[in-house]
Design a protein around this ligand. Structure first.
Ligand code: FAD
Ligand code: PYC
Length: 393
């Protein structure tokens, strides 16, 4: 599907991290900015980080203008991605629903829906009856936190996570990008305020443009260049059930009871929780999360009570204080970071790659990612999206 070259001694640009965002960055750098001598360096296999571990929910219904424009740029790219990559990423616009269970939820969601509509997004409020029509198996009344209505984005949906990584990898490879797997970047070397290259498990590789897209491990790499990032690394867990016939054909999330579900094309229920309550680099699931999440699930969908769960796992997400990402230059010339996507970066994969490529190629942010700079943690111009993040950080 793609070559496995040995690393060259130097590249025009190096991308650290072979997840969806890193591969998309290399693809757009090569396709849109004519940079051909690029390496993507991945310590494991492609997509082995959060790209291959996420629950694939895609939507753009964020509160603030900056975020709505950023995520909707990505959603528009998703709408044409299979054709752009000539590879089926199985993007399915089945709608994403966020349930309201109390007065606060209703107020917060209606405020966000209004903000979304002012920004031209397809965000709407649906009543309990409309929810029941879309998801007849849902128990809306006989539970501790009754369902009062929901925010709904019809253009939202899911995609096949591996296919996204593979699609970007194949097309980047065809344009000459070297994808180097099983190669860990140990440190980023700088000299006189400029980046010089990376020390890796396969030796030193020179470059004066380095983009770091290492998700939960970004702060560790940043520290090797003397940069302290405002990131917390936390496990986020998910699980899947045995496959069953189609039973739910939209995505339903609930922040209050903290569980969300969609059904994969294989028939498995894909179920997720909020982040673990402590920092860790453990990519495994924990029994407490299964219990809490399944308890909430069975209350909302009593019919799931007899199902068996097949697999559970964790991924390490990198969380910023304002629950918004960083796509930014740094104080070191030639060093750029794309991180802090927390629990919600899969949906941003094509848009993030496109905008990060622009930032690296031009040494300037695109107007859509200008607000997501590192300096906002000094200036205080935060983009607080804790509400829209929808999965507890
Ligand atoms: P990754 O895919 O993690 O890629 C980073 C890569 O960097 C990894 O492959 C890693 O191996 C590599 N790396 C790290 N350190 C080094 C090093 N030193 N040298 C070389 N390589 C290195 N988002 C949504 O939008 N919707 C969802 O439904 C959703 N659900 C989620 C559910 C779970 C359980 C988890 C864990 C996350 C979820 N997310 C979701 C978040 C989403 O997965 C991430 O924000 C997104 O995938 C990040 O993509 P990435 O390419 O930046 O990171
Ligand atoms: O950001 O929509 C999201 C999400 C859903 C599940 C995990 N993250």
């Amino acid at each position: 599907m793609w070559r496995s070259p040995e690393p060259k001694k130097s590249y025009e640009a190096i991308i650290i991290g072979g997840g969806g965002h890193g591969l998309a960055t290399a693809y757009y750098l090569s396709k849109e900015h004519g940079i051909k001598n690029i390496a993507v360096i991945e310590k494991g296999w492609l997509g082995s980080g959060n790209t291959g571990r996420n629950t694939t929910i895609i939507r753009s219904n964020y509160l603030w203008n900056e975020s709505a424009f950023l995520y909707d740029h990505s959603l528009k790219l998703w709408e044409n991605l299979s054709s752009e990559l000539n590879y089926n990423v199985m993007f399915s616009q089945r709608g994403v629903m966020n349930l309201a269970h109390n007065e606060h939820d209703i107020k917060e969601m209606k405020r966000r829906i209004s903000a979304n509509r002012l920004n031209g997004l397809d965000s709407l409020w649906i009543s309990k009856n409309e929810i029941k029509k879309l998801v007849p198996i849902m128990n809306t009344d006989n539970l501790r936190y009754p369902v009062l209505g929901a925010a709904f984005q019809p253009r939202g949906g899911v995609a096949r996570h591996d296919a996204v990584a593979w699609g970007f990898a194949m097309r980047a490879d065809e344009m000459g990008v070297d994808i180097i797997q099983n190669c860990e970047v140990k440190s980023i070397k700088t000299n006189n305020g400029k980046v010089e290259g990376v020390e890796t498990s396969k030796g030193f590789i020179r470059s004066n443009k380095i983009g770091v897209v290492a998700s939960g491990h970004t702060s560790i790499l940043a520290a090797t260049a003397g940069i302290k990032l405002p990131l917390q690394s936390r496990p986020l867990q998910a699980l899947v059930s045995e496959p069953i016939k189609p039973i739910i054909d939209t995505v339903v999330m609930s922040n209050a009871v903290h569980a969300y579900v969609s059904q994969s094309d294989k028939g498995e229920l894909v179920i997720g929780a909020g982040t673990d309550g402590y920092n860790s680099f453990t990519q495994r699931g924990g029994y407490n999360i299964v219990e809490d999440t399944i308890r909430a699930m069975v209350e909302l969908y009593p019919i799931f009570g007899k199902m068996k769960m097949l697999r559970q796992w964790g991924g390490i997400v990198d969380i910023c204080p304002d629950a918004s990402p960083i796509i930014s230059k740094t104080s070191i010339k030639g060093l750029y970071f794309n991180c802090g996507w927390g629990t919600g970066g899969f949906k941003a994969t094509p848009g993030s790659g496109d905008l990060f490529a622009h930032t690296i190629a031009n040494d300037e942010p695109h107007k859509l990612n200008a607000a997501f700079n590192l300096n906002r943690f000094v200036s205080g111009d935060l983009v607080d999206e804790h509400g829209a993040a929808a999965v507890a950080h």
